[in-house]
Design a protein around this ligand. Structure first.
Ligand SMILES: *[C@@H]1O[C@H](CO)[C@@H](O)[C@H](O)[C@H]1NC(C)=O
Ligand SMILES: *[C@@H]1O[C@H](CO)[C@@H](O)[C@H](O)[C@H]1NC(C)=O
Ligand SMILES: *[C@@H]1O[C@H](CO)[C@@H](O)[C@H](O)[C@H]1NC(C)=O
Ligand SMILES: *[C@@H]1O[C@H](CO)[C@@H](O)[C@H](O)[C@H]1NC(C)=O
Ligand SMILES: *[C@@H]1O[C@H](CO)[C@@H](O)[C@H](O)[C@H]1NC(C)=O
Ligand SMILES: *[C@@H]1O[C@H](CO)[C@@H](O)[C@H](O)[C@H]1NC(C)=O
Length: 471
């Protein structure tokens, strides 16, 4: 089917002309209690995924915006036996339909971070970075992806809290969770699960898990929670790695929990023996699988494949080891012992130096409420700095036809986060730009062709939004 529709696409020279019959729609993944289920078969769904950002965070490419990249990588995902990928940064000005269709045909779901390095909650000034221009970029990304049934969930933030000094940022990330969920309701979209992906900071990761899943406002609570965890190294074990202690610690957690990054590289090539544990009853009552960090080999050396060109990759030993482990490991029988009716967590109280997030969330910046009635308007792409725009935006700029050309030039002069050699930071696209200097660094991102190609449809998008408003 995949080959057939690709050949047809090539023949017509137009991605949009794929015969309707060839399109696949994956069943929506639903949440019940602390687990994911296929809405179609009713079976428990365990994430077998990889983190996917070829180019890394210092050379941002939206892999879902390029059919060529997807044609290269989706068959590799299938060969590996995946059912999910996580993308840290997408460009909301691009057309993602071809890639989303290819992934769908391959049975692969997408977990998407809605932030970009330039447009995210800043650790250095979280309050200021939580503004209407920022929310516009988040909402425009939701607009771009809400209609695909194979979006498993959105992450409102990734590793924004990355040590003991910045726990207060959680207040603003939780406000973003709330705003995203309210936005999807207002726009009558499917209620796509919203979560947070936490850094492995032993002092506060469990406080963060509780914080994001506590309180009376259901909109402000996450629907799922990801933990980035590099504790299983080499030939470790359920006990020795500390996984068993984590299963205990999270045993009462009421929403799905999964490893949003794993794959320690202290021993290489990685044997990936943790797969046998993750997809077994040792873990399945509390965890729903996870995502291996990461698909492509970047400067920090966590790759499963080397990217050789726009059309080919070289599968590394890690890839073969992981594939073998997946093949040897089937999912637990039945429902895996999930808990159906957990209670939400108790809110951790404010404690100076330990947990400084506030259980009273800030109200949404007032200008952003217009997006609830009008949609987000013109998407602004990845190089659109919002972190230092305190205060309310002039949101009418997102609804003028002029916004189309200004968006294209904004995207061209994009900046990117500085590179880093630790997995935690380099993968942290939502929060790497925490200072003016890193945000101002300009990248050599080359996406001119894609942006130019996107210009014509954008005019129509902008007009459609204006019509929505007028009608
Ligand atoms: C960025 O990635 C693209 C391919 O996605 C590549 O062609 C380009 O050389 C990379 N630039 C840098 C500076 O690494
Ligand atoms: C099928 O997928 C293509 C993108 O590959 C999209 O343009 C088209 O609208 C889809 N058709 C239907 C009926 O969803
Ligand atoms: C889980 O909840 C039960 C009953 O509410 C309680 O007795 C137990 O201590 C909790 N366990 C943890 C690890 O919080
Ligand atoms: C939820 O909380 C109620 C009341 O505190 C308690 O009776 C019940 O056992 C809890 N449920 C679970 C699954 O821990
Ligand atoms: C929490 O937020 C409320 C309302 O904005 C504010 O009055 C209070 O001072 C904040 N508490 C802390 C500890 O920051
Ligand atoms: C907002 O932007 C529009 C279009 O650029 C402009 O006409 C209007 O005067 C601006 N309003 C404010 C309050 O700055």
């Amino acid at each position: 089917m995949l080959v057939g529709s690709l050949a047809l696409t090539a023949l017509l020279g137009l991605g949009a002309k794929i015969a309707d019959a060839a399109n696949t729609t994956l069943p929506i993944i639903e949440i019940k209690g602390n687990a994911f289920f296929s809405s179609d078969s009713g079976e428990r769904f365990y994430i077998r995924g990889v983190d996917y950002q070829p180019g890394g965070s210092s050379n941002l490419t939206d892999p879902l915006g390029s059919a060529e990249i997807c044609k290269r990588d989706v068959p590799v995902f299938q060969d590996l036996g995946l059912n999910a990928v996580r993308i840290y940064t997408v460009d909301n000005t691009l057309d993602h339909s071809e890639c989303m269709q290819m992934l769908s045909e391959a049975g692969i779901y997408v977990i998407l971070d809605v932030n970009t390095p330039d447009s995210s909650i800043s650790r250095s000034n979280a309050e200021c970075s939580y503004n209407a221009d920022y929310l516009q970029t988040v909402f425009a990304t939701i607009d771009a992806f809400a209609d695909y049934s194979n979006v498993l969930g959105f992450f409102a933030g990734n590793e924004v809290i990355n040590d003991e000094t910045n726990t207060g940022t959680a207040t603003y990330v939780k406000a973003v969770v709330r705003d995203m969920k309210k936005y999807m309701k207002a726009r009558k979209y499917r209620q796509i699960p919203v979560g947070y992906s936490a850094a492995d900071v032993s002092e506060n990761v469990q406080l963060a898990a509780s914080y994001f899943n506590c309180g009376d406002d259901a909109d402000a609570r996450v629907d799922m929670f990801g933990v980035n965890d590099y504790s299983w190294c080499g030939q470790s074990s359920f006990q020795q790695s500390g996984y068993s202690a984590k299963v205990k610690a999270y045993s009462n957690y009421s929403v799905p929990l999964f490893l949003s990054e794993f794959g320690c590289i202290k021993t290489t090539p990685r044997p990936f023996t943790e797969i046998g544990s993750i997809y077994s009853t040792q873990m399945s009552s509390v965890f729903s699988g996870g995502l291996v960090y990461e698909y492509s080999n970047e400067a920090n050396n966590y790759g499963l494949v080397d990217i050789e060109s726009q059309t080919s990759v070289n599968k590394l030993t890690d890839f073969q080891n992981l594939k073998k482990e997946y093949q040897m490991t089937s999912n637990p029988q039945g429902d895996g012992g999930y808990s159906k009716n957990g209670n939400v967590s108790t809110c951790p109280s404010y404690e100076k130096g330990t947990w400084e997030a506030n259980n009273t969330l800030p109200p949404m910046p007032s200008a952003a409420s217009a997006f609830f009635s009008q949609g987000a308007g013109q998407p602004m792409g990845t190089g659109y700095p919002t972190q230092f725009r305190c205060g309310d935006a002039n949101i009418s700029n997102y609804f003028t036809a002029d916004a189309t050309s200004s968006s294209a030039s904004q995207s061209e002069s994009s900046s990117a986060s500085s590179g880093s050699s630790t997995p935690l930071q380099s993968s942290s696209s939502s929060s790497t730009s925490t200072s003016a200097s890193s945000s101002a660094k300009s990248s050599s991102k080359s996406k001119g062709g894609a942006v130019a190609a996107a210009q014509t449809p954008l005019i129509f998008k902008a007009m459609a939004h204006i019509w929505n408003y007028i009608l």
